[in-house]
Design a protein. Structure first.
Length: 202
């Protein structure tokens, strides 16, 4: 398995804002892929995340040489993130109305819907990652559609067209979420261990 395949294999459960629709043949035949409006607030949030990723190596250097300046930059970054969140919540109903639990990786997405979708159907997906507020656009192929006991359908799709920058953002998002889950698990395990040790001596 190649390094890229190993990265794509990582999958986590997550909460994202998600919207989809069945794509038309004309859209799929468009060589330019998905059209992105650079002035759209969602696209601007994505560009902010890309800029943050591109400057990360420079930030590490600043953090090493002048920690005080690095702390100031971190403070400014948090303020920008707050402004971006406020703009997005007021600009697009997707952010507040369509949040759901999903299974996500750099190669595909699993989600639940009220309607059955045809196998091999091509969907246009738009979803927002938290907490970065990054909006990802993709054409995706339906690979499974399973009826659940509650009458809903479990859908799995593979990304057929995904901008490479967006794929890198997805990879970083999945890896970071995995790291957070491992850290939280270790923290809970340590707390339980300390509590058990305390009870032994009571």
């Amino acid at each position: 398995m190649s390094e890229q395949e190993r990265r794509d294999f990582f999958r986590v459960d997550d909460e994202i804002a998600l919207n989809y629709r069945v794509a038309t043949e004309d859209e799929l035949n468009n060589n330019e892929g998905l059209r992105v409006n650079e002035a759209d607030s969602l696209s601007l949030a994505t560009e902010l995340e890309k800029m943050k990723a591109a400057s990360r190596i420079h930030f590490r250097h600043v953090e090493k040489e002048t920690p005080e300046v690095a702390r100031y930059f971190t403070h400014i970054e948090k303020k920008i993130d707050l402004i971006a969140r406020h703009v997005m919540m007021g600009a697009d109903g997707l952010f507040t109305k369509n949040t759901q639990s999903v299974s996500i990786s750099a190669s595909g997405l699993g989600f639940t819907t009220d309607e059955a979708l045809q196998l091999d159907a091509m969907l246009e997906l738009k979803f927002i990652l938290n907490p970065s507020l990054t909006c990802i656009h993709s054409y995706s192929k339906v690979v499974t559609c399973d009826l659940q006991g509650d009458g809903k359908y479990k859908i799995a799709v593979e990304f057929s067209w995904l901008n490479e920058d967006d794929r890198e953002i997805l990879i970083r998002h999945v890896v970071q979420k995995q790291m957070n889950e491992i850290r939280d698990h270790k923290s809970v395990s340590y707390t339980h261990l300390r509590a058990h040790e305390t009870l032994r001596y009571l």
